[in-house]
Design a protein around this ligand. Structure first.
Ligand code: ZN
Length: 269
């Protein structure tokens, strides 16, 4: 599943589209998470891309009169094609066509979203989202206020988009390892000092992943272009049964909510 760092990397990779006019929209399959609106083409055609931003895991393509919101769902990929004759593959559901380039969307599982909105704050997708983890307003004090009365597991809380956006399963597991906090602990058991460590860890882990992604950008812009998934070096994620790098204890895996959590029972208390 594409996570925040991948979306940030894609945002940077397609930033070269700013200033370009949309010539066409080709929809091959409109059955994404929400059916692609039949009015989308009219809403965006002949409009110029003013800016490209990211909010949580949404890409926001600002046009002269509104925004295209794109979410990659579970398995979406965006490819920027310089060769407009590139053959269409299975699951290539839509193309946004520019003068010299095509932004092509492929999504085998079809949980992605592409919608148009005049005013961003009107979009139900973006309402109720918590702060960005890399922005200044995600502070230890803020986090403490959100979790100190909650009995839910800390891992579920940091993955809650209303508390902080964009901390997916991998990054939640890794951040908790670096902060030496067990994913199973209740939010109300976290001390102020631990909240500080956790905020720092979340920021560092995401920043490192974005930097890693940045190094794949060059490939993205020249090649046939599947960007969006890069291998990070994980300490605990998907490492159950293996020895912890720090202490040699066997890493455990536990189902928490819908997701598997990986942690070192010795390093994380
Ligand atoms: Zn350990």
């Amino acid at each position: 599943m594409p996570e925040l760092p991948e979306i940030e990397t894609i945002k940077r990779g397609i930033n070269c589209l700013v200033g370009n006019k949309i010539n066409n929209l080709i929809v091959r399959n409109d059955s994404l998470r929400y059916k692609i609106s039949p009015t989308l083409k009219n809403d965006i055609i002949d409009k110029i891309i003013i800016s490209i931003e990211r909010r949580a895991k949404y890409l926001l393509l600002e046009l002269t009169n509104g925004f295209i919101i794109i979410h990659l769902g579970m398995s979406g990929r965006l490819t920027l094609l310089n060769d407009k004759t590139t053959p269409v593959k299975k699951h290539d559901h839509f193309d946004i066509v520019f003068n010299n380039q095509i932004l092509r969307y492929n999504d085998p599982r079809r949980f992605g979203v592409v919608i148009y909105t005049d005013i961003l704050s009107n979009s139900p997708l973006l309402k109720n989202l918590g702060p960005e983890p890399l922005e200044k307003n995600f502070t230890p004090t803020y986090l403490m206020a959100k979790i100190q009365n909650k009995k839910s597991a800390i891992k579920k809380l940091i993955m809650d988009n209303q508390i902080v956006v964009g901390v997916g399963n991998i990054y939640a597991c890794e951040s908790l390892f670096h902060a030496k906090i067990s994913p199973l602990r209740g939010g109300n058991s976290i001390t102020a000092n631990e909240a500080k460590l956790l905020v720092q860890s979340i920021r560092n882990i995401l920043k490192n992943a974005i930097e890693l992604g940045g190094s794949t950008l060059r490939d993205y812009q020249t090649a046939d272009g599947s960007l969006g998934y890069f291998q990070n070096v994980h300490k605990v994620y998907a490492k159950s049964g293996k020895a912890c790098d720090e202490c040699g204890t066997i890493i455990l895996e536990k189902r928490l909510g819908q997701r598997n959590s990986f942690y070192c029972p010795n390093c994380q208390l």
